[in-house]
Design a protein around this ligand. Structure first.
Ligand code: MD6
Ligand code: FE
Length: 216
C-alpha cells in the first residue's frame, strides 16, 4: 500500500475528460519544459510578440506571435491566417521540432492520431491580460483537434459549449498542462480569465500558451 498519508486530496488522474472530444492532460509537457522555453526564445527573437488590433479597433491584452507555415493575425480588416508575418514581411519561423513532437504526441494521447499541425499561435499573458470568450473557427479543417500547451503562471481557462450563452466551466491550467479538443467540442466557446500576478521560476511574471492547429 503506497497511499500518501500526507496528501489531503486523492491524486488527480493524468487524463481528465472535460467534455466530449476534449481532455486535459495534466503535466504532459513537464518533461520537455526547458526545451519548449528555449525554442520560445528563438521563435520570439525572429517573430516578436506583439499586441494585435481587433477588427473593432481594440488592442488585445495578450501579446501574440506565430510559427509554422501559417500564422493567425488580426487587424482592422478582420481575422485570418497568412504565411507572412505582417510585422517583418517574412515567413513565420519554422515550428520547432520539440513543439511539433509534443503536440502530435498529446493529440494521439487524446485519441486524435495523425495530427499534422501547420500553425502554432503563441500567446504571452502578463498580469491582467485576458482572452475573451471566443470560438476557434478560422481554420478550414475543423476535423482536426487543437492542442494547447500552458507554461509559466497558472490561469483560469473558461470552457463552454458551442452556445455562447451556456455558462462555461472554469479550469485552472498550470505549467506543463496540455488541453486537447476536437470533434464535438471543436467549436466550444473558451477564454482565459484575467491573469493573476505571480512569479514563475521559468517564465517570470507571465503565462505562455502555445496552440497548435491544422488550418489548411
Ligand atoms: C490560452 N487558448 O490558453 C488561449 N483555443 O491562452 C485558446 O484560445 C485556445 O487553449 C483553442 C484551443 C485551445 C486553446
Ligand atoms: Fe482559442
Amino acid at each position: 500500500m503506497t497511499a500518501d498519508l500526507f496528501a489531503d486530496q486523492p491524486p488527480e488522474p493524468a487524463t481528465l475528460p472535460i467534455a466530449p472530444g476534449a481532455v486535459l492532460l495534466r503535466g504532459f509537457a513537464l518533461d520537455v519544459d526547458q526545451a519548449l522555453l528555449k525554442a520560445f526564445a528563438e521563435v520570439t527573437a525572429s517573430a516578436p510578440l506583439r499586441h494585435l488590433i481587433t477588427p473593432g479597433g481594440y488592442t488585445m491584452s495578450v501579446a501574440m506571435t506565430n510559427c509554422g507555415p501559417l500564422g493567425w493575425v488580426s487587424d482592422r480588416r478582420g481575422y485570418r491566417y497568412q504565411a507572412q508575418d505582417p510585422l517583418t514581411g517574412a515567413s513565420w519561423p519554422a515550428m520547432p521540432a520539440c513543439w511539433r513532437e509534443l503536440a502530435v504526441r498529446a493529440a494521439a494521447e487524446a485519441g486524435y492520431g495523425g495530427f499534422r499541425p501547420d500553425a502554432c499561435l503563441v500567446n504571452s499573458y502578463e498580469p491582467g491580460a485576458k482572452l475573451s470568450l471566443h470560438q476557434d473557427k478560422d481554420e478550414k479543417d475543423l476535423s482536426a483537434p487543437i492542442v494547447s500547451v500552458s507554461l509559466g503562471l497558472a490561469a483560469v481557462f473558461q470552457f463552454g459549449t458551442a452556445v455562447r450563452s451556456d455558462r462555461p466551466q472554469r479550469l485552472r491550467l498550470v505549467h506543463g498542462d496540455v488541453v486537447v479538443w476536437g470533434g464535438p467540442s471543436r467549436l466550444a466557446f473558451h477564454g482565459i480569465a484575467p491573469l493573476v500576478d505571480g512569479e514563475h521560476a521559468l517564465t517570470g511574471q507571465r503565462r505562455i500558451n502555445l496552440t497548435f492547429r491544422k488550418v489548411a
